[in-house]
Design a protein. Structure first.
Length: 244
């Protein structure tokens, strides 16, 4: 029996409406495309896998990839590696009860993305933040939520930390959160979704989005069903979804 898929979300603040004209204000304008993506890499310890990720980022012109579950354990608060013209910044993974590496968040950054960084901070094992210069400035978070079968206190603690972090980010900043939230949004939550059922984490995700006026961008467009799947896990027991 296949497990239900979970959605990896990418969030942005909603553009405000001009009350006088009924038109959207300018959100963000760039002369050149700047692509930001998110990916649960499910392990990234080998040089070959890192090179493969950088290769695909370059091929598709991606400037920032928010990374979850790299499973790289290190003593540094932030570890920096150069990979084929890209920079990999990671916050350490941790060891579970059987001493296996688990979790870990980070960013893969193009050269021009690195040039515009004004700050980067590892908040904890599940959240890392960077801010880029511009008008407005751009703040990006890479997040990895506890699974749905974790104790509920773990989920509450994760969102409590996220709330505290977002309260420190200026409202003028363009905010984007790339992550694996291990939640399933249902048909009552968003327009274009894959799952017809929700899970426990859905409630926390919905409340989070409402409180901070966020949209899940991978539910904003209608994709064909066969375009939602990216790959099957080993043993073909579970398929994964990408964020658009």
């Amino acid at each position: 029996m296949e497990s239900s898929p979970v959605e990896k979300e990418k969030f942005t603040r909603r553009p405000k409406l001009d009350k006088n004209k009924g038109k959207k204000e300018n959100f963000i304008q760039r002369k050149l495309k700047f692509i930001i993506s998110t990916l649960n890499v499910q392990t990234l310890p080998s040089v070959l896998k890192k090179q493969e990720l950088a290769h695909h980022a370059k091929t598709h012109g991606i400037d920032v990839i928010c990374i979850q579950e790299h499973r790289i354990v290190h003593s540094e608060i932030l570890l920096q590696e150069k990979i084929n013209g890209y920079t990999l910044l990671t916050s350490s993974a941790w060891k579970n009860d059987i001493n296996a590496a688990t979790g870990g968040v980070g960013f893969l950054l193009s050269y021009r993305a690195v040039k515009s960084i004004t700050s980067i901070k590892s908040h904890n094992q599940r959240v890392i933040e960077l801010t880029q210069d511009g008008n407005p400035k751009t703040t990006i978070l890479s997040c990895y939520s506890p699974h749905n079968n974790y104790p509920e206190d773990s989920i509450k603690s994760f969102y409590h930390d996220i709330f505290a972090i977002l309260d420190t980010i200026p409202a003028h900043n363009f905010l984007l959160l790339g992550g694996d939230y291990n939640a399933q949004l249902g048909p009552e939550d968003a327009r274009f979704i894959y799952s017809t059922e929700t899970n426990r984490n859905d409630t926390y995700l919905k409340d989070f989005m409402l409180q901070y006026n966020l949209i899940a961008t991978n539910t904003a467009l209608c994709y064909r069903k066969n375009r939602l799947w990216t790959h099957k896990k080993r043993m073909a027991k579970k398929r994964n979804l990408t964020a658009s």
